[in-house]
Design a binder for this molecule. Structure first.
Ligand code: SAM
Length: 444
């Protein structure tokens, strides 16, 4: 079976998360943990081959960094100079459309067209499109329309009446919200082409990210805390997936704030413990989790939250069998403009002190090989440059290894990844100066 995964904006994290889940044994997802065969990849999408079919609906719910999951239908050879439309001129015959893409389509329906650009040579850094901010050539923007019209004409000539949905605002691909709102997967299809230099993969969308549900989990919670900041649920999910905890095991967030990581962990099937030094944060967590438990039908007794200082926690965890820690510790002040070097130095010094004590505390109750997945601040200087905490030796000295977020073997193949020198990845947002560096440690 061949699948394409359409990657989120911070695609390095999407790929890290995808491989973390697919290459681990997971009974609930029916995954045996076999290595994944990689066929193609770009910052837009990654194509893999598996022996057994994947549980795509469950995977889509599980993976915060994946926007769509597609099934590859065919591979069409193409000359480098051919446009997508030209290469596919004879491909979309009525029989192919009916059998492969619109099997369940009856009567009046709709279909959409999306194009994803791939680099076909994984070992070479891509010449173009190696960053999502780089724009494809202007002529490429016409391709979804040309392709869509070509398919529509084929269907109309065959006597079918069908509406065509095209990407908006000069995009090459449909946003998942457009796929959902137009009921493309229920009343037709989203036909995708993943275009490389010498081949085109045609694909059909199987499932898309439930953007509404992520919004609900973020904005509809009874308590929010704009001052301390909250981690986006998608990022919380990615971090939990990097923690390698097994279904039903206990995960701790010792800086839990109003409980975002706790709620996401519950949804993924973990038992969750949350603690925070701030009483009102814990009250917020309690209120939010009560709402969440009812809304998402979480069985009782799957979590507890309490007031505690992360630097003095071990005595509370002695009987808990914590399998992993996933947390967003304090990121320091929020800045409207780039902070002074002295301010950054002060924040890093405070964090070093806090985490020296905290990681020493974790070491008292975490078993060997247990992971700690944590966000630390990284200050965004330019689009690609960040001021990071210089060394993490003060943590490794306490009996932890720093884990590459993506294995060196995979990173060597995917030259376009945006990894830091120490093998971590940074989650940033356009207008934020304080970004989150996602770091994974493993207890020795
Ligand atoms: C960035 S917030 C975490 C937000 C959380 N991820 C969420 O989405 O709600 C950091 C939290 O760390 C807590 N904190 C700071 N120092 C602490 C300490 N020594 N022990 C425990 N919690 C602490 C703060 O009270 C704050 O709630």
């Amino acid at each position: 079976m061949r699948y394409a995964f359409v990657l989120g904006r911070v695609y390095t994290l999407s790929i890290a998360e995808l491989f973390a889940i697919l290459e681990q044994k997971n009974a609930a997802l029916n995954l045996s943990g076999e290595p994944i065969k990689l066929l193609e990849a770009s910052p837009e999408a990654i194509i893999i081959e598996t022996v057994n079919p994947l549980p795509v609906d469950k995977l889509q719910k599980r993976l915060g960094g994946i926007i769509k999951i597609l099934e590859i239908v065919d591979i069409v050879k193409k000359r480098q100079q051919d446009s997508i439309n030209f290469a596919l001129k004879h491909y979309f015959k009525p029989s192919v459309l009916k059998k492969q893409f619109l099997k369940d389509y009856k009567g009046k329906g709709q279909f959409g067209v999306s194009i994803y650009l791939l680099d076909m040579d994984l070992a070479r850094p891509p010449q173009r499109f190696n960053n999502k901010d780089d724009k494809p050539s202007p002529s490429a923007f016409g391709e979804p329309k040309r392709l869509g019209m070509m398919i529509k004409n084929v269907l109309t000539e065959g006597g079918q009446s069908i509406r065509l949905v095209l990407p908006e605002f000069n995009a090459l691909a449909l946003a998942s919200v457009v796929v959902t709102k137009n009921l493309l997967l229920q009343k037709g299809a989203e036909i995708c082409v993943l275009a490389g230099q010498s081949a085109i993969y045609t694909a059909k969308t199987l499932v898309v990210q439930d953007f509404e549900d992520y919004g609900r989990r973020d904005y509809q919670r009874p308590v929010r805390d704009e001052k301390q900041g909250m981690i986006p649920p998608k990022v919380a999910q990615v971090m939990l997936n990097l923690a390698h905890a097994e279904n039903g095991q206990t995960v701790l967030d010792p800086f839990c704030g109003i409980g975002t990581i706790i709620q996401e962990g519950l949804l993924l099937g973990y038992r969750m413990i949350g603690s925070d030094i701030n009483k009102s944060a814990i009250r917020g967590s309690e209120t939010n989790l009560e709402w969440f438990r009812n809304r998402y039908k979480i069985a009782p007794g799957k979590y507890n939250v309490e007031v505690a200082d992360a630097t003095n926690l071990a005595h509370l965890m002695a009987s808990q069998k914590v399998a992993a820690v996933v947390t967003e510790g304090t990121l320091g002040p929020v800045y409207g403009s780039y902070p002074k070097p002295a301010d950054i130095a002060k924040n890093f010094a405070n964090l070093t002190q806090l985490y020296t004590k905290t990681f020493a505390e974790f070491a008292k109750f975490l078993p060997g090989k247990a992971r700690v997945v944590i966000c630390i601040p990284a200050y965004k200087k330019t689009r690609d440059a960040y001021e990071q905490l210089e060394s993490l030796d003060f943590i490794t000295a306490l009996g932890y290894n720093l884990v590459d977020i993506i294995t060196p073997a995979l990173a060597k193949k995917l030259k376009f990844l945006r990894l830091t020198e120490r093998g971590t990845a940074i989650y940033d947002r356009k207008d934020q100066i304080v970004a989150r560096e996602i770091v994974v440690f493993e207890k020795i």
